[in-house]
Design a protein around this ligand. Structure first.
Ligand code: HEM
Length: 196
């Protein structure tokens, strides 16, 4: 059937789904970059006073703009359109995969709120999370993204075979590589400044 002749409910569903996916992409882009900015913000503490103040003020501004203009609006679009999808097809709410998805989305919303808490602490100079811990924290949304997308694609046939374990191993490998690379860069910078 050509797209323009779709009946209203089907078209509404597809519009909600389109905007839901766009919202999810924007939301995740914001979440990933926000915690990266937190890492730079904490690392700026190593700089000498005048540079530290300038960098931290700039990172603080970038964080607030990213959180309030990109990340939270992305979250609102994703959640409002998800509610639209469920109102067009409430039968999804009877399915096990949707219950699992909602539980992981609740974890994602808690992570989103926690990022705001960290942002406030950073701006007051009261954040106790080290750059290394923030890097590890930044892996959490990746894990939630993979699980939620798998749930929505596989639904009640969630796979537990070799392919799933391969993807889990790949995500762990990527997370470990990022940690090792950051450590290698830090050690190299320390060596260079010791030799200077
Ligand atoms: C607020 C909670 C959410 C609810 C109630 C919800 C609900 C839904 C529903 C009902 C669909 C349509 C499923 C279909 O037509 O087969 C859908 C699609 C989708 N959702 Fe969500 N969703 C939520 C959050 C999320 C999040 C956080 C992500 C990403 C991590 C996500 C990723 C997707 C994707 C990629 C699709 C398209 C799947 C496809 O067409 O095969 N959703 N969602």
């Amino acid at each position: 059937m050509p797209l323009l002749t779709l009946s209203w409910p089907a078209e509404a569903y597809l519009w909600f789904k389109t905007l839901h996916i766009v919202g999810v992409v924007v939301w995740f882009a914001g979440l990933f970059y926000l915690v990266r900015l937190f890492i730079y913000h904490r690392e700026a503490e190593e700089l000498e006073e005048s540079l530290r103040l300038a960098f931290q003020a700039q990172y603080g501004l970038m964080e607030r703009r990213l959180a309030n203009i990109i990340t939270t609006p992305g979250m609102v679009v994703a959640v409002v359109c998800a509610a639209g999808l469920l109102s067009v097809n409430p039968a999804w709410l009877q399915q096990g995969w949707m219950h699992a998805k909602l539980a992981f989305v609740a974890a994602l919303l808690a992570y989103h709120a926690f990022c705001y808490r960290l942002m406030g602490q950073l701006n007051r100079g009261a954040c106790s999370w080290s750059p290394k811990q923030l890097r590890a924290l930044n892996e959490l949304p990746t894990l939630l993204l993979v699980i939620v997308v798998m749930l929505v694609v596989f639904k009640n046939q969630f796979p537990t075979g070799a392919a799933t374990w391969f993807i889990v191993a790949l995500v762990v490998f990527m997370a470990a590589s990022i940690q090792f690379y950051a450590r290698w860069r830090r050690l190299r910078a320390e060596r260079l400044s010791a030799n200077a």
